[in-house]
Design a protein around this ligand. Structure first.
Ligand code: UGA
Length: 493
């Protein structure tokens, strides 16, 4: 029954196809021959992505775009139905169009049926969430365990299971043990690891055109499969005359690469925010300072924007999990600095509340500021622009703190209103920028959405009650705003 290099059965057969939530609409694997230069089925493994959040869904859609036959799996029926009917249930630029295109191509399907997934794919990518454990700093691996054990029980042939979720080092070996225990005996299912580096709001680009590919395996068989799985990305790069470096390494290193990268990025941001505090105390300008040090290529100019601190579903929890794991492995002391990276970051929030209070002439007392009667036009609620994600959003947290200090906080965000309103019902939300700023005593520009970055100081000045600006994004030219009668306060300048 095994007719190709992946040991698949000759035809999936009706018993499999009837499982799909979305039935194939065509038999052509290549909808657009320009997308990927070659399509050799013997070197194109079939792929599943377990978990259809930001990560798994984006990967599933992009790998279908690269010419692979793909299935996205999740236990959340509503999510799967949404994708299968062509709707991306979160905001990610460009993804809805790519979803529709690839559903139509027949290469992309979504299902909640784990047996169908087990039968279909040669390579299964684990893309489920690894949130922070409640009341602890370590990562909660229960979703990984559930996904792996469930899949293992339904496997009928040797496949490769590749971790993509961000995990504490040592997880891959544990996943292999789970498979050895729960997969039918004798299949020889193997674990590999291939971390992802996608940034929300740039996710499609990061998958299709990554700045590097990292993977690890335990055998020549698995190594070849991982090559086959990434061939589409390399072929696309070749067509576009780009190179994508590939780092093949061991499992533990592959796991660590991801957390090391996120910890480094977080450290860079906290470093510049510490410099922002010093700049403020010394009368310097941290934005100019960042520009000046960033010209040194050893330092680089990315991730040096001082502001209200980093948030999101990754950086904050990943540095905590790394520090916790280092402690478990007996090298916690070397990672104490990460606790301070975290501390500098969370202190941005109290710092920013104090800055707003000072700006409106209500400096904080021993119990914080009293901002009653102050109308705050609050621009931005998401953890960064071009997403509707509000997980651990510094902007939303600061808005809530201002509200707790009795300010009248009127929030506008281009895409995040619905999520923000559900999480912080005590705030007022409006659907336009004009409504937010009308009659405001202070404008807090917190998330650098394009719509906010292009604000005109004179036009805006005519709509507010008082020309006071807290530039939490350090995106404006202070002189320009002061010229138009604004009291300008940035971060560290
Ligand atoms: C981050 C990493 O950048 C990705 O490489 C990684 O794959 C991803 O986590 C993940 O682990 O899955 P993401 O969470 O989408 O991506 O967001 P970033 O673009 O890294 O921004 C994180 C936070 O840092 C945001 O709150 C942003 O506003 C803040 N930031 C970023 C700054 O405060 N200053 C900067 O200079 C840059």
């Amino acid at each position: 029954m095994r007719d190709d290099s992946y040991g698949r059965r000759r035809t999936p057969g009706p018993a499999l196809d009837q499982h799909w939530t979305f039935h194939r609409q065509g038999t052509h694997l290549m909808a657009n021959a320009n997308q990927t230069p070659s399509q050799n089925p013997t070197t194109r493994p079939r792929i599943s992505f377990l978990g259809c959040g930001y990560l798994g869904a984006t990967y599933a859609i992009c790998f279908a775009e690269l010419g692979y036959e793909v299935v996205g799996y999740d236990v959340d029926t509503a999510k799967i139905e949404s994708f299968a009917s062509g709707t991306v249930p979160f905001h990610e630029p460009g993804l809805p169009e790519l979803l529709k295109k690839n559903l139509e191509s027949g290469r992309l399907r979504f299902t909640t049926d784990v047996q169908a997934v087990a039968d279909f794919a040669d390579v299964h990518f684990i893309c489920v969430g690894t949130p922070q454990r409640k009341g602890e700093h370590g990562a909660d691996l229960s979703y990984i365990e559930a996904a792996v054990v469930d899949l293992a029980k339904h496997l009928t042939r040797k496949v490769l299971i590749v971790g993509k979720s961000t995990v504490p080092v040592g997880t891959a070996s544990w996943v292999q043990e789970l498979l050895d225990r729960h997969a039918p005996e004798g299949l020889g299912v193997e674990v590999g690891w291939s971390p992802e580096f996608l940034q929300e709001s740039n996710a499609m680009h990061d998958v299709l055109r990554p700045n590097r590919i990292v993977y690890a395996s335990q055998s020549a068989w698995a190594s070849q499969l991982l090559k086959d799985v990434h061939r589409g990305i390399l072929e696309l790069a070749a067509v576009e005359d780009r190179e994508v470096p590939v780092v093949e390494t061991d499992l533990a290193t592959a796991e660590l690469v991801k957390v090391a990268a996120n910890a480094f990025l977080a450290t860079k941001i906290s470093f510049i925010n510490a410099m922002a505090d010093l700049s403020e105390a010394a009368g310097a300008d941290v934005a100019d300072l960042a520009k000046a040090i960033g010209y040194d290529q050893r330092i680089g100019n990315k991730f040096l924007r001082a502001g209200i601190g980093f948030g999101g579903g990754c950086l904050p929890k990943d540095i905590r999990a790394l520090s916790a794991r280092a402690g478990e492995l007996g090298v916690g002391e070397s990672f104490r600095f990460l606790d301070e990276v975290d501390g500098i970051n969370t202190r941005r929030r109290t710092h920013t509340v104090r800055a707003v209070a000072n700006l409106v002439g209500r400096p904080p007392g021993p119990n914080g500021p009293d901002l009653s009667g102050v109308r705050v036009a609050y621009l931005g609620a998401t953890f960064k622009p071009d997403t509707d994600d509000i997980r651990d959003s510094p902007a939303l947290d600061i808005a809530r703190r201002l509200r707790a200090a009795r300010a009248d906080v009127v929030v506008y965000d281009p895409e995040g209103l619905e999520n923000a309103q559900a999480a912080a019902p005590e705030l007022s939300f409006v659907k336009t920028l004009a409504e937010a700023v009308a009659g405001a005593d202070v404008v807090c520009a917190m998330v650098p959405w394009e719509e906010f970055r292009i604000l005109d100081p004179e036009a805006l000045g005519r709509q507010v009650a008082e020309r006071r600006l807290l530039d939490g994004m350090n995106a404006y030219d202070p002189e320009q705003w002061r010229k138009h009668g604004w009291t300008y306060q940035g971060i560290g300048r």
